[in-house]
Unconditional design. Structure first.
Length: 363
């Protein structure tokens, strides 16, 4: 029997009743407790604190308008500004003249309005209707998010496969794609929480940046084989063509960005792809390509990948050179940084993680 009661409680949605008058909260609880778990708050501040702390996660808030210190309109305004509470439906409850407050409440974002003294049938009908709509909206959001995640995963897999195809065309192992992602993760992890990079590298988009790394050379698909596969040194004219892989790659990604909207995960992924494709050959001193931007104008993701790309190229054998040892490659990367090519602050993190880089390389 105890477990059955627990299951019933788990199936019940939670309502938060906010009113400074005890008897009003008690009346609403008596009307609704058979169908809902009722939580109470005696004022607006208590209600906000309970929701933001996670103590109460209501399906709907029944909110009194006229309360001391913080009235219902102020509570609703605060709720709409916070990502935790902004989507929680609010039904205003009040004894005030509806003509004065109902329109203002609906314009402020309330979904319904219940007048005191309470009519039990009306209260139940309005709350039940809004509860059904809220549940439907939650289920729809879950379905949409699942579908979006499937589409994002499919696009990521397609782009990663394309990156591997380009490496094969370049007569390089697809391991280069995997290594650059692994090595970028190692360096990026060193920068997380670093006071210098705190505003540039957020933990929320850190993993998305790592996923975007393998796309850095996608523009090489537009470079002719006679240049891409040339075993000797490129002529100035040939190198100019090779340089176009940054702009060509970013154009490919820009085309995909046009097919998305909003500020969701997919856009963030493609924006990182764009930044890395276009700017991973820029230099800290501004003498890189294609845009000759410098310093912190260069996106952090591109600054990190530019270092990793050079390091991995040095420790790998290519048609035009043998592989260097890890020690020699690290020394050469540091020399390049000292000449103005790389962000020296990232190099410091790379140097500290030298043993880890070597383990990734040897594996």
């Amino acid at each position: 029997m105890g477990r059955e009661i627990e299951n019933m409680l788990e199936d019940k949605a939670t309502l938060l009743v906010v009113d400074d008058v005890d008897i009003n909260r008690s009346v609403l609880e008596a009307m609704l407790c058979d169908s809902y778990i009722i939580k109470e708050a005696a004022n607006g501040k208590e209600a906000i604190d309970k929701m933001l702390s996670g103590e109460c996660r209501p399906l709907i808030v029944l909110l009194d308008i006229i309360m001391p210190e913080m009235d219902g309109f102020e509570v609703l305004k605060i709720m709409k500004k916070n990502k935790v509470t902004k989507n929680i439906p609010v039904i205003f409850i009040t004894a005030a003249d509806p003509s004065e407050n109902e329109l203002r409440g609906l314009k402020s974002g309330a979904i319904d309005y219940i007048v005191k003294p309470f009519n039990e049938d009306i209260v139940k009908m309005r709350v039940n209707t809004q509860a059904e709509l809220a549940r439907y909206r939650e289920n729809l959001e879950v379905m949409v998010n699942n579908k979006v995640n499937e589409l994002v995963a499919a696009k990521e897999n397609m782009l990663s496969s394309m990156a591997s195809v380009i490496e094969y065309r370049n007569l390089e192992s697809s391991d280069h794609v995997k290594r650059t992602a692994k090595l970028t993760r190692v360096v990026a992890e060193s920068l997380l929480g670093h006071p210098v990079f705190r505003t540039e590298l957020l933990e929320s988009d850190y993993n998305i940046m790592i996923k975007a790394t393998p796309l850095h050379d996608i523009g090489k698909i537009a470079v002719p084989d006679k240049i891409l596969l040339k075993p000797g040194k490129l002529s100035p004219e040939e190198f100019a063509v090779m340089e176009t892989h940054t702009s060509k790659g970013s154009e490919i990604i820009k085309g995909m960005l046009k097919d998305t909207s909003g500020d969701g995960t997919e856009n963030l992924y493609l924006r990182h792809c764009y930044d890395i494709c276009r700017h991973h050959h820029e230099r800290w001193d501004g003498r890189g390509y294609p845009d000759k931007i410098s310093g912190e104008e260069i996106p952090l993701s591109a600054r990190i990948v530019s270092i990793i790309d050079v390091y991995d190229a040095l420790v790998s054998s290519r048609v035009y050179k043998p592989a260097f040892s890890h020690e020699d490659a690290l020394r050469m990367v540091i020399e390049e940084a000292e000449s103005g090519k790389f962000d020296m602050r990232i190099i410091d993190a790379l140097f500290k993680k030298g043993d880890i880089l070597k383990k990734v390389y040897e594996a």
